[in-house]
Ligand binder design. Structure first.
Ligand code: ZN
Length: 1050
């Protein structure tokens, strides 16, 4: 090893110059991480394949400016030099550097890091008079040369650079390394990779545009990091995350101060930032530092209605104090992501330079400012949705600068809009790659999958001893849970069993499939399709506990006292099962009710045998129901909440999203299955928490904050009900009492408000929370986790691995598999929580999309389907919020319009706009005009007309207008409910298909779009069953409630 000294002149990302002297050690042996290595390098970990056509070594400039192209998984054999990586760290900051590090770590990307500056022969000290850029290029060239020689000339090596002089200088050296420009490289080696070419030209245009910028200041400069840090410490500045108001994005933003959760209305913890100069280039989600303004400049939060508003949490309205108001003085961390924008029509074009135009593209997300883009396609891509990334936002620029990444398609088309929803929620679900699929077991008619004899020896074999069956919605493909129950010791004992698909047997930790599942974290359900977390061979086949086939399972078996149902002992472990019956809910309920029912599995048997088997099955179902009732009663005593009545509870349990929610026929068997799953989750939580007190993944549901119940309590009072919120038990009891026999919707709306006041249930690592925080408020359990749906939730996969490790520790068979640390597990929990929220948001947005597409096709003035009954659930300054049960729509209804007119109801209830005034009271709102006074009370049923407010650059919104202050009644629509919703989806899908065909015919006239447009398409044909049920279920529930409802009990 050789020791030298190395002087670095660094420029920090904030522009400061730093001189650093470091001891520098040179080694003869630095691993090459190449499969073609002949020199016995210590290449452990990720290795570049030895059978590629070439390796490519990008120069510093390419890595710094074009990293996102190097991120394409199609590119192979990329060698990142230490020189280039350090340059990224210094010139682009931590965020970009982490991105590069993740790329290097990710086995799905074929690239490696070469520590060229530690390699004796590839290291070049900087020469006198040599510029930093020249030196870096020389280092990278020297590294490329080293690779060529180290691999004995067997692997062609290409160096790519954006510096034309370097191309001229180095390509003449004839050392064996080809030196070409990055553009030429892409054209020569990857001519088919259209998306990369487009991205290249988009980035290079953005870089050119940047050069030509003026220097007039539009915003105050951000303060240096040291000043910010000192200011935060001394209390002069406040640090927090910027949250731009959805409804007043131009003017209002709030800072959620550190350590504070998502309750935006707690005034004590919020700082208001008003206007874009005060916001000083900070964007939604950024971690910023603010300075408070003098009290005289503090502002009130606006409480009037805005279009599209229905989902804001509300503590107290009409706040009497202004909010602390401040201005942004610095940004600690940018939270930029990919944004979907719409290219403006021609007049939106800003300026023209050379052959590209600068346009101001409008982001789909209201909270994001317009983004300036230099493009040659401004004309052809008018009215298209395009994915863009932001490059910078200098103080001299009114808007951030960015470049386009990918074209999604015409705004307003179903497919474009669905992709928009995915990207806006950072949901990336490419088709499973061939490499991932190669990890999967084979199961084909020619080569059927068979149970491995070695596994039979290791597992507890329940195939002959246990009657195992599943109960799922009709047509369910992925059965991940089954049940069993049997009598032991001559009837003194009962054995209850829950058997879950053994997904971790097939998904090895760290495998490509595992990485992909971890990234997705959940299966994503949209209104018309789903994106699975695992490949279909597992989710619909080998991990699906289908009837009549041998399957691996993870089982929990409880031995209960048959009389008291107290638990004697619990057994956890890997098993082998064969489910005897694949029942659906209605069938199981029919058997329980003693009704005549046809069980498919018994169809071929003779009458005697059939009767005997049927009796056995019915007995098992009855015992199960008995046990479940007992368990439920136990939890009820503890205060378990039932937030939305039985129909939603079925959905709550384990997110069986497709559960047939038949509103007026709640089936007890739903509850029975749910209760068994909750029990299994609870006992597994206990087991892993006891074995790994600081490294177990659990799920907690914090108690709600009392102030968020104010609206609920006040609304209930308006109907003469008293809601007690002291404990979950008191709340559950008082909600049960708050029933209006005339109007079942009252109770439902009160439960929805309760849900709205609830925090989210969250995954966490036991080491990251004190013991008293483990409690699950909604389920009234001291510990809870997710174990029962490993096919569609990654949390369950983690929990399965923890459970196996716990069993191993218990048996002391080995030291146990390597466990994730508390820190890793907590990071994982946050990732999964984040993905779950994204999944819920995407599901909600896609449902709204379908609703809008449905109503867009109708004339609200003539089509009777556009008129519906609505219930008032909240009173605001200038209108009310209503819920439309038929379509599951929530939204504002204005009582006053911009022209100062108010809604005035006539004798027959029909409403008209008249000039007048509006007055708000706690439980009603009145309008006064020359025609008299009209009153709208909480829980009043009114009639609304639904139309679509098209916005083009953003998602369309439904607009609700009151047509009568009387309930909507129509003979024809006496029983319209579920029918209307089924029609809704069918109709939209049909129209989308027609539109698609028309578009195909017109294809010639359309601009040619890249293949990547369709990159996201997966399970494109929706399973009609799931599609209808999903939307029906969503529509049944309050849309905004969906996330919390699921979170609460599941
Ligand atoms: Zn080597």
């Amino acid at each position: 090893m050789i020791k030298t000294e190395r002087v670095l002149h660094l420029k920090s990302c904030r522009g400061r110059k730093v001189r650093v002297v470091r001891e520098h050690y040179l080694r003869e042996r630095v691993p090459c991480y190449s499969g073609a290595c002949q020199a016995d390098c210590a290449n452990d970990g990720k290795v570049l394949p030895g059978d590629l056509t070439h390796y490519v070594v990008p120069d510093v400039g390419v890595v710094v400016d074009y990293l996102e192209i190097l991120e394409f998984r199609e590119l192979h054999g990329i060698v990142f030099t230490q020189t280039a990586c350090q340059a990224v760290q210094h010139s682009k900051g931590r965020r970009q550097y982490n991105r590069l590090r993740n790329l290097l770590k990710d086995p799905r990307h074929d690239c490696t890091l070469f520590a060229n500056e530690y390699q004796e022969y590839s290291y070049c000290p900087r020469e006198k008079g040599e510029s930093q850029e020249e030196w870096q290029t020389r280092c990278v060239y020297s590294a490329a040369e080293w690779y060529f020689n180290h691999l004995a000339g067997a692997m062609p090596v290409v160096m790519v650079t954006e510096n034309q002089e370097a191309v001229a200088q180095y390509s003449s050296l004839r050392s064996g390394v080809y030196v070409i420009s990055f553009q030429e490289y892409l054209q020569t080696f990857w001519p088919e990779l259209q998306a990369a070419h487009e991205l290249y030209s988009s980035i290079s245009q953005a870089l050119q545009a940047k050069e030509g910028e003026g220097n007039e200041k539009e915003y105050a400069e951000h303060l240096p990091a040291e000043v910010l840090e000192a200011g935060i410490k001394s209390g002069r500045y406040i640090q927090g995350t910027l949250n731009v108001s959805k409804h007043r994005a131009q003017t209002e933003a709030l800072i959620m101060t550190e350590g504070f959760s998502n309750k935006s209305t707690d005034m004590g913890w919020c700082v208001m930032v008003h206007g874009d100069k005060s916001r000083n280039r900070a964007m939604h989600g950024d971690v910023v530092v603010v300075e408070l303004l003098p009290k005289s400049e503090w502002r009130w939060k606006v409480t009037a209605l805005t279009e599209g508003q229905a989902d804001e949490k509300n503590g107290k309205d009409g706040e009497s104090k202004p909010l602390p108001t401040g201005r942004v003085v610095g940004i600690l961390q940018r939270n930029w992501r990919d944004y979907v924008v719409t290219y403006p029509p021609r007049e939106g074009t800003q300026s023209q330079t050379r052959n590209s135009q600068r346009i101001l593209a409008v982001p789909w997300d209201h909270r994001i400012p317009k983004i300036r883009i230099s493009t040659q396609q401004a004309e052809t891509l008018q009215d298209h949705r395009v994915v863009v990334r932001i490059d910078s936002w200098e103080s001299t620029s009114l808007y951030p600068n960015g470049h386009s990444v990918r074209v999604l398609g015409w705004a307003g088309e179903l497919e474009t809009e669905v992709q928009t929803i995915l990207i806006e929620n950072c949901i990336h679900v490419p088709p499973f790659s061939d490499a991932q699929l190669r990890e999967m077991p084979v199961n084909s008619p020619e080569k059927p999958w068979k149970v491995d004899p070695a596994q039979v020896a290791e597992r507890r074999d329940l195939r002959d001893s246990h009657l195992v069956f599943s109960i799922d919605p009709k047509g369910c493909e992925d059965v991940d849970d089954t049940l069993s129950v049997r009598s032991l010791a001559g009837g003194k004992l009962l054995e209850l069993g829950v058997h879950i698909a053994d997904v971790t047997h097939f998904v090895t930790e760290g495998s490509l499939t595992d990485l992909e599942a971890r990234t997705r974290a959940t299966t994503y359900y949209l209104a018309d399709r789903r994106y699975d977390m695992l490949p279909a061979v597992l989710s619909a086949d080998l991990c699906s506990l289908l009837g009549g086939v041998d399957r691996y399972a993870m089982s929990v078996l409880w031995e209960l006292d048959a009389h008291t149902l107290a638990v004697n002992k619990v057994w956890f472990g890997r098993t082998l099962i064969r489910s005897s019956y694949q029942l659906h809910y209605e069938l199981a309920q029919a058997l329980l009710n003693g009704e005549q029912a046809e069980v498919l599995e018994l169809a071929r048997l003779g009458p005697e045998e059939k009767d005997a088997k049927l009796a056995q099955l019915t007995r098992a179902l009855e015992t199960l129901t008995h046990v479940a009732r007992h368990l439920r009663a136990q939890r009820d005593r503890g205060g378990a909440l039932e937030l939305e009545g039985v129909e939603v509870r079925a959905q709550l349990d384990e997110e069986r999203n497709i559960t047939a929610l038949v509103p007026r026929q709640p089936l007890e068997v739903h509850e029975t299955v749910a209760e068994c799953m909750i029990y299994a989750n609870h006992w597994v939580a206990r087991k892993i928490q006891e074995t790994f007190p600081y490294q177990a993944l659990l799920r907690r549901h914090p108690p709600p904050r009392q102030e968020f119940f104010s609206q609920l309590v006040e609304s209930a009072r308006a109907k003469g009900f008293s809601i007690s919120t002291g404990s979950n038990k008191a709340l559950a009891d008082s909600l049960d009492q708050a029933v209006d026999p005339q109007d079942p919707l009252v109770n439902r709306l009160l439960r929805m408000m309760t849900t709205q006041a609830m925090p989210q249930a969250l995954y966490f690592s036991t080491g990251a929370q004190p013991l008293d925080q483990y409690y699950h408020y909604g389920l009234a359990l001291d510990r809870y986790t997710h174990f029962t749906s490993p096919i569609r939730r990654y949390a369950d996969i983690v929990v399965h691995r923890l459970l196996i490790a716990a069993i191993t520790v218990e048996q002391a068979a080995s030291s146990g598999a390597a466990l994730a640390s508390n820190k890793d597990l907590e990071e994982m929990s946050q990732h999964i929580n984040n993905r779950n929220m994204a999944a819920k948001r995407a599901q909600k947005l896609s449902t709204e999309l379908f609703q809008c597409l449905y109503f867009k096709e109708r004339d609200p003035q003539t089509d009777p389907r556009c008129v519906a009954d609505a219930v008032i659930y909240s009173i605001r300054d200038d209108g009310v919020l209503v819920f439309v049960p038929e379509y599951g729509v929530k939204g504002p209804v204005y009582m006053k319009n911009r022209d100062g007119e108010v809604v005035s109801a006539g004798q027959d209830g029909s409403c008209q706009w008249q000039s007048g005034s509006v007055r708000r009271y706690p439980d009603h709102i009145t309008t006064t005009s020359s025609c008299g006074t009209s009153t709208f009370r909480l829980f009043d049923h009114i009639t609304v007309r639904i139309s679509v407010h098209a916005t083009h650059c953003h998602a369309d919104r439904l607009h609700l207008e009151v047509v009568s202050n009387k309930p909507y009644r129509s003979a024809e629509l006496e029983q319209p409910r579920s029918q209307g919703r089924c029609q809704l989806v069918q109709e939209v899908v049909r129209l989308a298909e027609e539109a698609y065909q028309q578009a195909q015919e017109k294809a010639a006239r359309r601009p040619k779009l890249s293949k990547e447009e369709r990159e996201f398409c997966q399970s494109k044909t929706p399973n009609l069953y799931s599609l209808l049920e999903e939307v029906r279920e969503l529509a049944l529930m309050d849309l905004d409630m969906t996330p919390q409802v699921c979170a609460t009990t599941a």
